[in-house]
Design a protein around this ligand. Sequence first.
Ligand code: IDE
Length: 444
Amino acid sequence: MKRSDFPANFIWGTATSAYQIEGAVSEDGRGPSIWDTFSHTPGKTKGGDHGDVACDHYHRYPEDIALMKELGVNAYRFSVAWPRILPEGRGRVNPRGLDFYNRLVDALLEQGITPWATLYHWDLPQSLEDQGGWPSRETAYAFAEYADLVTRHLGDRVKHWITLNEPWCSAYLGYHAGIHAPGQQNFKHSIWASHHLLLAHGLAVPVIRRNVTGARVGITLNLSPGYPASPDPADVAAARRFDGFQNRWYLDPLYGLGYPADMLALYGEAPSVQGDDLITIAAPTDFLGINYYSRAVVRNSDLEPYRFQYVRVGEEHTDMDWEVYPEGLYDLLIRLGREYRPKAIYITENGAAYPDAVADDGGIHDLERVRYFQRHLALCLEALQHGAPLKGYFAWSLLDNFEWAEGYAKRFGLVYVDFPSQRRRIKASGYWFRDFLREAVASS
Ligand SMILES: OC[C@@H]1[C@@H](O)[C@H](O)[C@@H](O)c2nc(CNc3ccccc3)cn21
């Protein structure tokens, strides 16, 4: 499999997010986010790690853009930090926050790299959380105001917009599992949060289209195909419940089907739907972003409210203990193409954590990660050849960075970061990606 097997206009990028790489959390007027609060709360992140400095990208972005250029990507997916733009979440605008993203976008364009901006990658301004957070409908309205402000300022140069990164993570991990910010464990709040996140997306889509000529708008979901641990009908039903929990709860409303009836019955907890919310949420989009890392294998369980249990399978796992299963990406792409028929699909994240180390020769020989990319890209190509509307691929991630509750212990980068010195080193996987992308030049 080589680059020229893919369409000539296929998008090849790397992805990051603001809180994971920027640092400078109190610089130039940025306000606190729920991840500043959560990561500074003892016991919430591995080793008490936080994003105060991270990759110091706020200051080092020219060097990081030079790395993207060396890798040969033609696009870069980053997120805008809401608390940098609106320190209290609404109202007062921080011009120095806007200035940073103006500089970042201009520097990307100067290098011929297309900016793809994610408006929300989990860093909710703390003041909005203090007023109810995503369980409150007001937060959806605040998001639409934020989207309006950012797209009015960057929309002349940024044409690709992702409203939300992974609402499932924000709602479930943040408000029910409690392992992500803000760390609540309240099922009803997680259901209300999921609805207000989808509502926020739906409110923002027309705002972005109004502000950005030629906008391409979408949302990014972390989707995992679910497989039953056995042919036992109870396990098959559990896999269907998993699919509802992880995938259909978001896909169905976004594609005009409303919330899935089986999950509404299972949950017995109705989302806080009002008026035309479901019409708003189903605003037509130009693409679906998919973050794919692995599949899920589940069996039946009495564990309420989801009534499934994960089963650990497979011979090969990453440092996150996620099974390496590229076939799941193929199955997912084919299913989505057939069942939801998005205009386009972009893999907005795919990658793997491995315990990278600098070898005696100064290199980082992350050959497992090279193999991970090769296998997943091969299945992307196969799905594309079988009709999936796949138009691009963003590797997660450009840099080793702050891996949320796992802190800096889990490395996903194509580029190794020595955090004490902030020195960047391209890994073997980065050089592989560079050579893969250069092939088209050689063969054209
Ligand atoms: O964990 C790797 C990345 C993470 O760094 C990104 O910020 C985020 O967008 C992301 N989403 C997933 C898939 N979903 C997920 C599941 C459990 C915990 C965290 C993320 C993986 N990743």
